[in-house]
Design a protein around this ligand. Structure first.
Ligand code: URP
Ligand code: ZN
Ligand code: ZN
Length: 479
């Protein structure tokens, strides 16, 4: 079945033009003016609307087992909620328990994800180290389309990666042509601060940000960056929430290092006053790491996004309902960390980014899909509107408006961090693999229709880089 999107303005990372888009058999088969609808095609009237690549959320945690519970949003409900907001692909995380084989965890996550209604891929976390981890990294890159490995520098006593683990894993990633990613917070410092704050008698959600100040994030970001520099390893810093971490990334990029930064819609738009809410349930609903920050950090993050020092936007969609958050009611350290947002990322970024003039249309496309596709090596299959690309598209109505609410959202969680925010500009239609899966407020998804997306390694490039490094001076490259 083919679908013709007619009369819209096609926006990509590189240009904006009036064009129709014809999709057939899951792919984009023609882009240009005046395309005639083939017999039997579905025609979407996109007059007055934009046609853009579907969003890619490079940071989600569907049905994650975490902090003694399991995230409430699963791969079915979560990818469906994403489609309702114009996001057509997620990159989720396989997180092995320490001592668990990476391959075993990977197979488990693949099984959980079979019910997804949109395409998905996986970063795999390295939470411990021995020869089997190294072997499994190789198997994942060679045979399973994984090209990114994640390291949690926080969560001491659980999944935290020590410097030794970072060094071993980064070296292996370079050899394999994979990219490394980090959750940058100094886990030892967080652990000590949490203890100190709790012992002072601060047991409620306000203790959470106090135990994770921006310096703790800045230190870890800089440490990961410098380790990556020494090892000549590409690095992607997830959920950059503060000026200190952004400065570390910006400095390294100015020095020519291959470092990327991701910012969450939540960190751009929600500030730390939420932790002082007298309604403790509401305050706990905002517990996530790194925490929401004071407004000056939001100003810095928007600047980083505009300047291109932060390349991607994500949500870290990791949902826990009030009864789950209640685990921390007497001790903030036990509150499951995570907040939602996959359904709202594109519309809040449009409203606060494009409509305010902070982002151009093309920059919006870059930070919502194209840059993620390029960094994680699936471009132009994803993140483009071009012949041969997957027909994952969003038709965007800049005139439509809505007020975000837990009462109407499709996410499987009882809280929305953007509650009450009125946005102008939202998805009117979303196409996944050439099928209309969301139209005018209604989802038309098919369980299991989402496909696993292989992401090839960057091996030829890094082989060449390593050869160059061998030929150059044996010490650090001059800056
Ligand atoms: O609080 C968060 N971010 N929860 C999900 C796990 C992580 O750290 O990304
Ligand atoms: Zn994280
Ligand atoms: Zn996360």
């Amino acid at each position: 079945m083919s679908v013709l999107i007619k009369g819209g303005t096609v926006v990509t990372a590189g240009k904006t033009r009036r064009a129709d888009v014809l999709c057939d058999n899951g792919k984009i088969v023609e882009v240009g003016p005046g395309i005639d609808a083939p017999a039997g095609a579905d025609v979407i009237d996109a007059g007055g609307q934009y046609v853009m690549p579907g969003g890619i959320d490079p940071h989600t945690h569907m049905q994650l087992p975490f902090m003694g519970t399991v995230a409430s949003e699963d791969f079915y409900t979560g990818t469906a909620a994403g489609l309702a907001g114009g996001t057509t692909m997620i990159i989720d995380f396989v997180i092995p328990n320490p001592q668990q084989r990476l391959m075993e965890a990977y197979e488990q996550w693949r099984e959980w994800a079979e019910k997804a209604v949109a395409d998905y891929s996986f970063h795999v976390a390295v939470t411990w180290w021995d020869d089997t981890v190294s072997d499994d990294m190789e198997t994942l890159v060679r045979d399973h389309g994984v090209n990114s490995f994640k390291h949690f520098m926080a969560y001491k006593g659980a999944i935290m990666a020590t410097d030794e683990i970072l060094v071993n894993s980064f070296m292996k990633a370079v050899e394999l042509g994979a990219i490394t990613t980090v959750h940058a917070e100094n886990g030892d410092l967080v652990y000590r601060l949490q203890q100190k704050i709790y012992d002072m008698g601060i047991t409620g959600p306000e203790g959470h940000p106090l135990s994770r100040p921006p310096e703790v994030e800045g230190e870890a970001a800089n440490r990961a960056i410098r380790i990556a520099e020494v090892l000549n390893c590409p690095l992607y810093v997830v959920h950059v929430s503060c000026r200190q971490a952004l400065e570390a990334i910006t400095r390294a990029r100015n020095e020519g290092q291959r470092v990327f930064g991701e910012v969450l819609a939540g960190h751009l738009l929600v500030d730390d006053s939420v932790y002082r809410d007298p309604d403790l349930e509401r305050a706990a609903a905002h517990v996530m790491s790194p925490p929401f920050r004071s407004p000056e950090h939001q100003v810095a993050l928007w600047r980083g996004l505009k300047a291109g020092n932060l390349q991607t936007t994500a949500t870290d969609h990791c949902c826990f309902c009030a009864d789950q958050k209640a685990a921390g009611k007497d001790d903030f350290r036990l509150t499951p960390n995570g907040t939602a947002g996959i359904e709202n990322r594109m519309e809040v970024l449009w409203h606060h980014g494009v409509s305010t003039g902070k982002l151009t249309l093309n920059e919006f496309v870059k930070v919502t899909s194209t840059n993620a596709a390029q960094i994680f090596n699936i471009y132009p299959r994803k993140g483009s509107v071009s012949v041969g690309a997957d027909a994952d598209l969003v038709v965007w109505d800049p005139a439509a408006s809505k007020t975000i609410s837990v009462k109407t959202h499709k996410q499987n969680v009882d809280f929305n961090i953007f509650e009450g925010m009125t946005v102008q500009g939202c998805a009117s239609h979303t196409l996944s693999a050439g099928k209309v899966v969301f139209a005018d407020g209604d989802l038309r998804v098919e369980r299991g229709a989402g496909k696993y997306v292989n992401r090839p390694p960057f091996a030829p490039y890094y082989d060449a880089l390593n050869r160059q490094a061998e030929l150059a001076t044996p010490t650090k490259v001059d800056r």
